[in-house]
Write a new protein. Structure first.
Lengths: 133, 390
């Protein structure tokens, strides 16, 4: 019966997520019980508690929910943008929008995901939708 | 036991503070113990009367152990709940439950921080945090927490409801005007809306005057059952309601950045007290950033959602305004040693004792204390009152 199978993967969902990013795939979880998506990667659905989660490739289409510019001295890396974006699938994540000055990012802006290398790790960032290849 | 039985069954009978501002040359444990000694003495008790403890630390995870050891007590009830800065408002409920159940007879709630002057200060703790408290879906973006979270909430509130930077600045200016009436406050120079708007930006739309102070400081309060409270040294301040709520930890997991779990904690605390926002004589809201009181005034029911900016405009929460909010000068202008929930509680007790001098709210019988922890995450509301409110 759905939700009673307590067999968990040997590889935790956090590692599955990172390994997929390293392979160039941005994937999130989908709950087979309640039908909603889950982010960040979890062992159970944070909406309904079921453990019947499957991986799906994210559309990458998102809207900026909020944005700020973290003001830093140039020797501390300079100003950076931080956003919360709502993915088309209905989940929210922190990220940054690249390809624009940090203060040009606007709430409501349509953005598209990209996987970049950041400090040697794959990281999901966003670019303005019209600039996406 | 029901919440009705718990209402008014316990009281805060002693308070103490130490090392406010800068406590150079003293450790956080030393100023915590000074505040604890003052609170116990204020109650007319001795440290050996304390048989329950609640405390939390920004750094040490087993903090109740060294605190009890240092104070030389053997508590029968221990609470180390750590929800960020609201912890000491949350501790009030566990202390009440422990007292009511007869687990213990006198609970000391205490906190100290030397984040401003210690060699291991705010910066070092911020560097350690990703290692001991991992948030792998936020930290890689270098979000400069906690200010970034509050900036994101402020930006969203402005977008959704038309709240302005001037309205945010009203919160800082009101706090400063209260601080000018409080000799203990750290920042007492005049402050204008233009000063706040012109200050160095930290994380848009928040400038440095939209952000709380970074200070040292320690505080403590003592709670006993109501029957005993009446025989002690001070006018008791009764706990009429108390509730905590948490809906997220990371700002990216907060369902709606304009709606905090203060909605839930406030409703439950008011229901327990049998009172509502209109019954509150004085209001102490955790103002880590200027957006906080705006969110909490809305979520706690003092105004409708989205109207907090208009509510605070025109000096409405400053001395002489429509609602006395953050009467000590707040975390913005009085004191903010990392976790400020202790100090809003102490200020509410002082107001209800009538001990606040130039900033005293005349005839205050009820006080609302609202603590905030982490990134708008740990919300805790307490309703306090004098004997007349029982």
């Amino acid at each position: 019966m759905e939700g009673t199978d307590m067999t968990f993967s040997e590889t935790g969902p956090g590692l599955v997520y990172r390994e997929a990013l390293e392979a160039g795939r941005f994937q999130i979880q989908h709950c087979k019980n309640c039908g909603r998506h889950v982010f960040y990667p979890r062992v159970l659905c944070n909406h309904c508690g079921a453990t019947a989660l499957e991986w799906v490739v994210a559309s990458g289409r998102a809207t900026v929910y909020s944005t700020t510019v973290v003001r830093r001295k140039p020797d501390a890396g300079g100003d950076i943008n931080i956003v919360l974006v709502d993915l088309e699938e209905g989940v929210r994540m922190m990220s940054r929008v690249e390809g624009l000055a940090p203060e040009q990012v606007r709430i409501g802006m349509a953005v598209t995901a990209r996987i970049v290398a950041d400090a040697g790790q794959p990281l999901v960032v966003f670019v303005a939708a019209q600039e996406a290849p | 036991m029901t919440l009705d039985e718990l209402r008014g069954s316990v009281a805060i009978v002693g308070i103490g503070q130490a090392g406010l501002g800068e406590a150079r040359g003293r450790t956080e444990m030393e100023i915590l113990a000074e505040a604890a000694c003052k609170a116990v003495a204020d109650a007319g008790l001795t440290m050996q009367d304390i048989d329950g403890i609640a405390t939390a630390s920004v750094g040490a995870t087993m903090w109740p152990l060294p605190v009890a050891e240092y104070l030389g007590i053997r508590p029968k009830s221990v609470d180390g709940t750590m929800l960020g800065g609201s912890s000491f408002v949350t501790h009030m409920m566990s202390a009440a439950l422990a007292l009511h159940a007869g687990l213990c007879n006198a609970v000391l709630v205490c906190y100290g921080s030397t984040q401003r002057t210690s060699t291991i200060g705010r910066k070092e703790i911020a560097q350690m945090r990703p290692l001991v408290d991992p948030q792998p879906y936020e930290y890689p973006y270098q979000p400069a927490m906690p200010v970034t979270a509050y900036a994101l909430a402020a930006a969203r509130h402005m977008h959704q409801y038309g709240t302005t930077r001037e309205q945010l600045a009203e919160v800082a200016v009101a706090a400063r005007k209260w601080a000018q009436l409080n000799p203990e406050a750290m920042m007492r120079d005049p402050l204008t809306i233009a000063d706040v708007l012109g200050a160095r930006m930290v994380a848009d739309p928040l400038g440095v005057r939209d952000c709380c102070l970074v200070t040292d400081g320690a505080g403590a309060y003592v709670m006993v059952r109501a029957d005993r409270a009446r025989d002690l040294a001070q006018k008791p301040v009764f706990m009429l309601g108390n509730a905590s709520a948490t809906w997220h930890r990371q700002i990216s997991a907060m369902p709606d950045l304009t709606q905090t779990a203060a909605l839930e904690s406030g409703q439950r605390a008011f229901a327990m007290a049998g009172l509502g926002p209109a019954d509150m004589d004085v209001v102490e809201l955790y103002d880590a950033f200027t957006i906080n009181p705006i969110l909490f005034l809305e979520d706690l029911g003092f105004c409708a959602k989205g109207e907090g900016g208009a509510y605070v405009a025109g000096g409405a929460i400053a001395p002489g305004g429509r609602l006395p909010v953050n009467t000590n000068g707040g975390g913005l202008s009085c004191v903010h040693p990392g976790m400020y929930g202790m100090f809003i509680t102490i200020e509410a007790v002082r107001q209800l004792r009538g001990d606040c001098g130039a900033r005293q709210v005349a005839g205050a019988q009820t006080a609302l204390v609202h603590g905030n922890g982490g990134t708008l995450a740990g919300q805790a509301t307490a309703v306090l009152g004098t004997e007349a409110t029982l």
